[in-house]
Design a protein around this ligand. Structure first.
Ligand SMILES: Cc1cc2nc3c(=O)[nH]c(=O)nc-3n(C[C@H](O)[C@H](O)[C@H](O)COP(=O)(O)OP(=O)(O)OC[C@H]3O[C@@H](n4cnc5c(N)ncnc54)[C@H](O)[C@@H]3O)c2cc1C
Length: 462
């Protein structure tokens, strides 16, 4: 097979764009094929209340230095910012139809506290559960395949699991703690756990010793800018990035891979698949049954967001800090809410006084709730404790992410990825690295560097 190009990247989300940037930097001829009419994937720009906002990821976890390092290494014209408001709150039902809204504890990692007896932890899980967690049960062998829920319940007790760890795991990773092992969620935390033999000691080591919220960072103007900047830099280094181009199939032959589009076939020496899980499984030739199995495993088939402009003097007091996480089992239509302009100074500065941008993550199984301005107003009232009327709600943008939840790794999947690699088809993105930019970006960079032995473009992060 004669190749048209060194590398085809399927998918122009942040993973695919980072691979393209690294490959182009190494001098490789690279083509990115993106099915959407714009690049960025889950880093997507929207416009509401006169400002540009994120409709997908709006922050990055600081558990790795992936984002600052990428920006520094490639001189991307972006400014990293820190959330400005107090911590997000946990909303839980209380007896008599009342709700509690309590600040999330300062020093936790996925809800595992550095100090279970800290007042902000006890306020949420109660004295008895806190005492149980403080008396950590150790000594059992560490099993990297055990679910986060099993490990936490055995060592720290069910009270901490149900009261903090599971709600945070669902909120941050869109998966219940029972569906995923700790090493996949948070490798750094796992390494500290392995070394110390204690979850509490590991959390004390890894948890940021700072006011809540600073475990994440953002980009002034929105995270969507990261994808745009990486794409622009990759293009300037020769990458050919094409939108509205869906890859239908890949077939490996001697000396290369045929990449089939609706109206053309490209021949490439190698291919990187950087799509969501369903598309990746299909391109790797997994059977429909295996794809379904893989995709339906972790509870949520899709993520649905409603981003609303709200006019309210009450919200200007930022009653729930940067937002809320709703405890599992609470009967609300949303599982989380972000008060965007309470969280990000750049949004606050751009909005008119008493105009707010509020983002609700709807429960995936909910079809009836949150389908009108009145329902959105009711929901924000319930979550924040501030009365919002239907007339306070301005424009609402609904965004559905259908291929966003990364399934737990299965043997079929691991085998398919290994077989494909032998044929010159490699997989990156959240499906291979785990959810979140802190994991996705280093994986994409490492893969590209391995494929093209990129000369180091190292500078210290700014
Ligand atoms: C609502 C939401 C909020 C999030 N918040 C955060 C956060 O705050 N912090 C954080 O770190 N992470 C967050 N994440 C997760 C983070 O956005 C993702 O882990 C990351 O962006 C995944 O990047 P990716 O390149 O692997 O995949 P994607 O961004 O999904 O990119 C895949 C691309 O492949 C394209 N594609 C699919 N099939 C084909 C095909 N056949 N041919 C061509 N192209 C194809 C898609 O159109 C898409 O553009 C959030 C995700 C969502 C949905």
């Amino acid at each position: 097979m004669r190749s048209d190009v060194d590398l085809v990247v399927v998918g122009g989300g942040i993973a695919g764009l980072v691979v393209a940037l690294e490959a182009a930097t190494a001098g490789a001829g690279v083509v990115v094929l993106e099915s959407d009419d714009r690049v960025g994937g889950m880093l997507r720009r929207g416009r509401l209340a006169g400002i540009d906002i994120d409709l997908g990821a709006e922050s990055f976890a600081k558990r790795t230095d992936a984002v600052p390092r990428l920006i520094a290494d490639f001189d991307l014209p972006l400014e990293i910012v820190t959330p400005r408001s107090g911590p997000a709150h946990l909303v839980s039902p209380r007896a008599g139809g009342r709700w509690s809204r309590l600040p999330l504890p300062r020093r936790t990692v996925i809800g595992i506290p550095a100090d279970p007896l800290a007042a902000d932890v006890v306020a949420i899980i109660g004295e008895r559960a806190a005492q149980r967690a403080a008396a950590e049960v150790g000594g059992t062998p560490l099993d990297p395949t055990a679910s986060l829920a099993d490990v936490v319940e055995e060592r720290l007790g069910a009270g901490l699991l149900d009261g903090l760890v599971d709600p945070l795991c669902r909120s941050i990773y869109s998966q219940p703690a029972a569906a995923v092992p700790l090493p996949r969620l948070h490798p750094k935390m796992w390494t500290a756990f392995e070394r110390t033999g204690s979850l509490l000691a590991a959390a004390a080591e890894v948890a940021p010793d700072a006011p809540g919220g600073t475990a994440v960072g953002g980009i002034a103007g929105g995270m969507w800018r990261l994808a745009e900047a990486v794409a622009a830099q990759a293009r300037s280094r020769g990458a050919d990035i094409r939108t509205s181009r869906t890859v239908r199939a890949l077939s490996a032959g001697a000396g290369g891979v045929a990449v089939e589009l609706d109206d053309a076939t490209l021949r490439s020496r190698g291919v990187v698949v950087a799509t969501g899980p369903r598309a990746a499984a299909q391109l790797l030739g997994m059977t429909p049954a295996a794809i379904d199995d893989a995709a339906s495993a972790p509870i949520q088939p899709a993520v649905r967001l409603l981003t609303a402009a709200v006019t309210s003097v009450g919200l200007s007091a930022e009653p729930v800090g940067s937002g809320v996480i709703v405890a599992p089992g609470a009967r609300t239509a949303a599982k989380a809410m972000t008060h965007i302009d309470a969280k990000w100074a750049w949004a606050r500065a751009a909005l008119a006084a008493d105009t707010h941008v509020v983002r609700l993550s709807a429960r995936a199984d909910d079809t009836a709730g949150l389908d009108s301005a009145a329902a959105v107003a009711r929901e924000i009232t319930q979550l924040t404790g501030v009365r919002i009327d239907r007339g306070d709600i301005g424009e609402i943008i609904t965004t559905r992410w259908r291929d966003a939840v990364v399934p737990a790794e299965s043997d079929d999947w691991t085998r398919a990825v290994m077989d494909a690699a032998v044929r010159g088809i490699h997989v990156t993105g959240a499906v291979a690295a785990g959810t979140g930019l802190a994991s996705v970006i280093p994986h994409a960079r490492a893969l590209a560097q391995q494929l093209f032995s990129v000369p180091a473009v190292r500078k210290e992060p700014r």
